[in-house]
Design a protein around this ligand. Structure first.
Ligand SMILES: Nc1ncnc2c1ncn2[C@@H]1O[C@H](COP(=O)(O)OP(=O)(O)OP(=O)(O)O)[C@@H](O)[C@H]1O
Length: 234
């Protein structure tokens, strides 16, 4: 993914300007900045999820050499299977009346030719990767039966089902206890081996554990640091 001078405005007001970075498989970009500066807006812009009230312009916004701002609806759908976004408070967007197994099946049904047994096997391989133990129980659980940490990891599993090449996570460790936080860091480190990661966070431990680059967004500018740590030694 390569971005040069991306500007985002909302109803003629500039929200973000001159966002630039490039990212390859095996690298993590950590995006930092104070609350309300526009980090979540940027995460949605990166998967072209913002509605038409938001205007995006850029000298370059490409993924595997393809210009993303020029994609039509069908091309966008394909792009979004390659670049996945785990939204802030992602657990709250799990459907309350659908159990986790059904939810995973629904997602896979639309995008693959697998049968029910194959879905389960495929999804279980992700649940295991994300540190779940009682997989059958989880398959039949409803979102309200899960802890925040578990629900967060389920959201991550859902994002991974399409085997994205880029994974964008918005505040994935927010309000988790230390043990769950560490679990998420280990999972993201593992995922980084064969993906590019973009992590938006206020958690400096997570930031320093993962980052190859930092994008620091401030009021009048966005600065890119090509460094594993901008907060002293790891
Ligand atoms: N759908 C929307 N329409 C219009 N303005 C929005 C929308 N969503 C967010 N904003 C505004 O855009 C600005 C940036 O919000 P955003 O959620 O991206 O901040 P953030 O940096 O992610 O903050 P935090 O760290 O608290 O999550 C805020 O002023 C917010 O009110």
């Amino acid at each position: 993914m390569r971005i040069k001078n991306l500007n985002i405005s909302f109803k003629n007001k500039i929200l973000l300007k001159n966002i630039s970075f490039d990212l390859k498989k095996g690298q993590a970009l950590v995006i930092l900045g104070e609350s309300g500066i526009g980090k979540s807006i940027l995460s949605k812009a990166l998967v072209r999820l913002l509605n038409s009230d938001f205007i995006l312009t850029a000298d370059e916004f490409s993924f595997n050499g393809i210009e993303i701002l020029k994609l039509n609806k069908n091309q966008l759908r394909h792009f979004r299977s390659k670049v996945a976004l785990v939204l802030q408070d992602s657990e709250s967007s799990l459907y309350p009346y659908i159990d986790i197994g059904k939810l995973c099946s629904l997602i896979l049904k639309t995008h693959t030719n697998l049968n029910q047994n194959e879905y389960k096997k495929y999804v279980f391989s992700y649940f295991e990767k994300l540190g779940f133990e009682n997989l059958d129980l989880l398959w039949h659980s409803y979102p309200y039966e899960l802890s925040v940490g578990m629900a967060r990891r389920v959201s991550l599993a859902l994002a991974l089902l399409h085997r994205p090449e880029v994974l964008i996570c918005d505040e994935i460790s927010a309000s988790l206890d230390e043990k769950n936080n560490q679990k998420i860091i280990e999972i993201l480190k593992d995922l980084k081996k064969d993906k590019a990661l973009v992590c938006i966070t206020h958690d400096l431990h997570l930031a320093n554990s993962l980052a190859d680059k930092f994008l620091l967004i401030e009021k009048d500018q966005a600065r890119l640091y090509i460094s594993k740590s901008i907060f002293g030694k790891k």
